[in-house]
Design a protein around this ligand. Structure first.
Ligand SMILES: [Zn+2]
Length: 277
């Protein structure tokens, strides 16, 4: 279903969840997210697509009931760029498995890390991987390649846009990762020129609903070093710089907070600033 509403959510379950009454069972995460005033949740399968189908169904039911938009982060071991025997085929299988679980949950999209610059033509391999997955999975869940923060990783904005162009995918814009590659998001102007570039590739309609990861970040000459918390004022990028562009372009994005140990606080902070108009 197409929604014209901005979504705010956490990536996984932050410490405050475990401190809450609902925190005894991870399956309660959706209920907790809703109880604190958020309407999105990124379910992490980063360490494996191992969720039991019954649990996926249970989470999906709750999410539907409470109006929480779900996305799923795929396992880190999906690496289409690997030249190791069997890894490509296994990555295809695991991504299909993730998509099927996401579909049971009623999640609209899965987010994945494209891979590394450790082989010749990594982008060709990633495109081949996505195409192979799409041959085997014909359901409604979308595959979103994510911008990545380390220079050793495939995932500069240009690389992600190329993958999107060649596969018909939409991007996941991880602004912390984008900033980690040389510190390029220092002002509203920087956000605007970046988003105009994305718009040129995917069009305004898709840009308006783009899936984002947001948090301040620490980086060095290799790129991303560490996620930081939304209240650590010395770190960029800042939501205050993204906000005017969201308003100008009339965007209704999904804003997933990966603020260090404070994903909930980061998401609520974005919601608060957006509400101020
Ligand atoms: Zn990620």
């Amino acid at each position: 279903m197409e929604t014209l509403e901005t979504h705010y959510g956490t990536s996984g379950t932050p410490p405050n969840f475990f401190k809450s009454k609902l925190g005894k069972k991870r399956v309660n995460a959706v209920e907790w997210v809703s109880s604190i005033g958020l309407n999105a949740y990124e379910y992490l399968m980063t360490y494996g697509a191992k969720t039991a189908p019954e649990v996926a169904e249970q989470i999906g039911k709750k999410a539907k009931e409470l109006g929480i938009a779900l996305s799923v982060h795929t396992p880190y071991y999906i690496v289409f760029t690997s030249e190791k025997e069997g890894v490509f085929e296994n990555s295809v299988k695991e991504m299909v498995k993730t998509l099927n679980l996401a579909e049971i949950m009623g999640a609209e999209k899965i987010i994945f890390h494209p891979g590394f610059h450790n082989s010749g033509n990594p982008i060709d391999r990633i495109v081949k991987g996505i195409k192979e997955v799409k041959k085997r999975y014909k359901g409604p869940v979308k595959i979103l390649p994510e911008t990545m923060g380390k220079f050793s990783q495939v995932g500069s904005l240009d690389e992600i846009l190329e993958i999107c162009r060649r596969t018909g995918c939409e991007p996941c814009l991880d602004f912390g990762h984008i900033h980690s590659r040389g510190g390029i998001l220092n002002s509203a102007k920087d956000f605007k020129s970046l988003l105009l570039k994305v718009k040129k590739q995917i069009g305004m309609k898709k840009l308006k609903k783009v899936h984002c990861h947001f948090y301040p970040v620490e980086f060095n000459s290799k790129g991303e070093k560490k996620h930081r918390a939304y209240f650590e004022e010395e770190y960029l990028p800042k939501f205050e710089h993204f906000l005017p562009v969201i308003k100008e372009f009339k965007m209704t994005p999904t804003l997933i907070s990966e603020s260090r140990d404070s994903q909930d606080g980061g998401a609520l902070y974005m919601k608060k600033l957006m509400g101020r108009g």
